[in-house]
Design a protein around this ligand. Structure first.
Ligand code: ADP
Ligand code: ZN
Ligand code: ZN
Length: 730
């Protein structure tokens, strides 16, 4: 009898045996419906065997084989298997979680109803010129619909972030209607003038492009180290053009959803006749399935997405790009704790295709791999636009300075100059809310979260205290909960406070705060970005949401208000991250002909990090960090696995970890440290602790963990635990 070995989404590291019954032909990669206990579950056939260790009468037939979508390819199953092995995570969970949600459900998916839109007679009669000249998006939407006939919902969203809103208005006005005739390939509107001419590559870009193209049909990791604005994206575009020409598919990974729309429109403008799909968690389930299917069938030439898109089946894969490869968002922090960048390399190796990692501030691991020759380095040391010089970076010592609500005199003066010149400024502060904490002047009480080891942030306008870790909220107290004193004060700086201060200082300025609070509403962020591009904003107050990727031509000043916290953090990666972040924000200034200036307020202006930053010297900074890491035997000079434990009581978690240490196999050359509480010891009501394992050899560490993992199962049912391979957070 043929035995189907089925992967199911259960936290058990095993496959389950079923027979084909009378379901017809079943092969590896097929989705099947099976009964599991009392439930019906969807599984994926991950193997086929001749016999089972189960008694024949206990082997149930599968209920149904789904024929609604093609089976998963061997290639993708192998990648998922590798991922499950590497992260010591149950294969069934890995496979099922890689599928779009509709394919995980117990019903076959309905053939996708193509949801598109077209103009009505009334809409066709409207001339774009008759719309107000400020209604740029509406004009664009109208013209695009006229040209394409029907546009898919996703293609409309790609026209402009606010296009879906414009569509809603069109529908309400009776100008547009739903339509089922989705064009095969999205055909975005071409400007009357045709596509713009390609820029002539700089010699550095040319060299990078040629190097990759010369080895397009083999596995090689390229580290494209290019300063902000050096034209990395242009390099990707040129390589992708070749991939498309040869009929291949390119997978482009970006760390953040917020970065997809602008990159997408740039790619779409370059390849108007290519089917390009995006994949990220904000897409509706149906749309994600549609995009996934376009990739799986080989129709989509470009797949652009966040880390989850890594597992998309791509039969003609010819190139993988990971942009901003150093970004910690590539690492998933729960469930399968995988790094999409690292798995991209595994995938490239498996498929025999190049992997291009791009960054202005590569992760030290990648940098190290490039220095030792495992990766090939490609350098873009200058900005691509000839007139765009790098911004000058200055530090201002605020140890003894008179600050106006956290803002120094030189920063205020610099802001004033920009206002007078009609240029834009960005004030960067990575703390949303009004102030990081509320304090009682009498007894020293401070607002803390009762569910986490963290402070409650003051949100003055809403008169609420909020925990940014677990979401807990409470009303702002009028008097101190401990001593009854009414003298409570917000301490420290947040975006809202800076906004208030700046509004007071510059009443005529148009000030916009961009943080997770102001960007909460759907489309709020793209709309805010549109406003900045349209130069309707003078001063932007922004968190890290504003630090990445954006290209504002009129932005000439970046002020960094308070970044010192990370300088002396316990996390060994804190300074690497701070440097990357500051390089990135600094990179927002002076991207065009206008020279940029960056002003950093700090109490430690002589700190080596700032010294390197002022010289734009990533290489020097990386070298000094690597020396430190080597001395301390930290990654990349060792490999790490963290055993994380969570329980109602800290002692329970620690006791589990002590037991875990006691049962650890001893025949491997690995070092086990003592269990310690996590940096964030309490989170959302759970006590958290961990145990770090380190080894010089990855192979030894992997073999150790594989053994250890078995010994951990069933050790203590009160504890939730997980293995985190290559941990990024402690
Ligand atoms: P990065 O991705 O490295 O930040 P981009 O690819 O976004 O850089 O390029 C920065 C700016 O320079 C963009 O406005 C881009 O259009 C422009 N650019 C890139 N390459 C060239 C080139 N060879 N000639 C002229 N302009 C270029
Ligand atoms: Zn008090
Ligand atoms: Zn909390």
């Amino acid at each position: 009898m043929k035995i189907l070995r089925v992967a199911l989404d259960v936290p058990l590291d095993t496959l389950f045996d079923y027979s084909a019954g009378n379901a017809g032909e079943v092969g590896i990669g097929d989705r099947v419906l099976v009964s599991f206990g009392r439930r019906k579950m969807v599984g994926v056939v991950a193997g086929i065997a001749d016999h089972s260790t189960l008694a024949p009468e206990r082997i149930k037939p599968v209920i149904q084989v789904f024929r609604d979508a093609p089976p998963l390819s061997d290639e993708i199953l192998q990648l998922l298997q590798f991922c499950a092995d590497y992260y010591h995570h149950p294969l069934g969970e890995v496979i099922l979680n890689a599928l779009p949600v509709p394919l995980r459900q117990t019903k076959p998916v309905a053939p996708a109803k193509a949801a598109g839109y077209r103009l009505t007679e009334a809409g066709l009669a409207i001339e774009a010129d008759s719309l107000p000249s400020r209604a740029i998006v509406k004009r664009k939407l109208l013209n695009s619909l006229k040209q394409a006939g029907t546009l898919a919902r996703s293609d409309i969203a790609e026209l402009s972030p606010s296009a879906p809103q414009a569509l809603k208005e069109f529908l309400a006005l009776g100008w547009a209607e739903e339509s089922d005739e989705i064009p095969d390939a999205p055909q975005p509107a071409q400007t009357a003038a045709g596509s713009p001419p390609l820029p002539t590559l700089t010699p550095d870009q040319e060299q990078a492009v040629n190097a990759v193209l010369a080895k397009l049909e083999q596995f090689q990791v390229w580290l494209l180290h290019g300063i902000t604005g050096s034209g990395k994206t242009e390099v990707y575009l040129r390589i992708i053009a070749q991939v498309l020409q040869r009929g291949g598919q390119a997978l482009v990974l970006v760390p953040e959803i917020n970065l997809t729309p602008q990159l997408e429109s740039r790619f779409r403008a370059r390849f108007p006749n290519t089917v390009m799909v995006s994949l990220h968690s904000r897409l509706a389930a149906g749309e994600r399935l549609r995009n996934w299917s376009l990739a799986q069938s080989g129709r989509a030439g470009i797949v652009l997405g966040t880390r989850l898109s890594l597992f998309t089946p791509l039969p003609k894969l010819m190139l993988i790009v990971a942009d901003e490869e150093h970004d910690s968002s590539f690492k998933q922090q729960d469930g399968l704790r995988y790094s999409a960048r690292d798995m991209a390399i595994a995938r490239g190796k498996q498929a025999g295709v190049p992997v291009v990692l791009g960054s202005a501030t590569p992760a030290l691991e990648s940098w190290h791999n490039a220095s030792t020759g495992r990766y090939q380095m490609l350098e873009l040391p200058a900005r691509a636009v000839a007139e765009a010089a790098l911004p000058t970076i200055r530090c201002h010592d605020i140890t003894r300075a008179n600050l106006v609500d956290g803002l120094s005199e030189p920063l205020i003066a610099a802001l004033r100059v920009r206002l007078e010149r009609g240029e834009q400024s960005l004030v960067f502060i990575n703390r949303r809310g009004f102030a990081p904490v509320m304090r009682c002047g009498q007894c020293g009480w401070i607002s803390t979260c009762h569910r986490c080891s963290s402070r409650l942030v003051v949100h003055l306008r809403e008169k609420r205290l909020r925990c940014h870790h677990c979401g807990h909220e409470s009303r702002m107290p009028h008097t101190c909960p401990d001593c009854g004193n009414a003298d409570l004060a917000p301490i420290g700086l947040g975006t809202q406070r800076i906004e208030e201060t700046l509004t007071g200082l510059f009443p005529a300025a148009r000030i916009l705060r961009v943080d997770r609070d102001s960007a909460k509403r759907k489309h709020a962020l793209p709309e805010m970005l549109d406003r900045i591009h349209a130069e309707e904003v003078d001063i932007i107050i922004g968190t890290q949401l504003m630090a990445k990727g954006h290209d504002f031509k009129k932005l000439t000043l970046v002020g960094v208000v308070n970044a010192d916290g990370a300088l002396y953090s316990a996390d060994f990666r804190a300074s690497e991250r701070l440097f990357a972040q500051l390089m990135q924000v600094a990179g927002r200034a002076g991207r065009d002909a206008l020279p940029g200036e960056v002003l950093i307020q700090t109490q430690f202006p002589t700190h080596p990090l700032f010294q390197s930053l002022m010289r734009h010297d990533y290489n020097g900074f990386a070298a000094s960090l690597l020396t430190e890491r080597k001395q301390a035997e930290f990654p990349p000079f060792c490999h790490q696995v963290l055993l994380r434990a969570e329980a109602a009581q800290m002692e329970t978690a620690l006791a589990f970890l002590r037991k875990a240490k006691a049962v650890a196999p001893t025949r491997f050359d690995v070092t086990l440290f003592d269990p310690v509480p996590a940096q964030m010891a309490r989170l959302a009501g759970n006590e958290r602790a961990h145990l770090l394992v380190q080894a010089a050899s990855r192979g030894a560490l992997q073999a150790f963990v594989a053994d250890w993992n078995k010994a951990l199962t069933g050790l203590d049912s009160r504890v939730r635990w997980a293995l985190d391979v290559d941990p990024q957070e402690f």
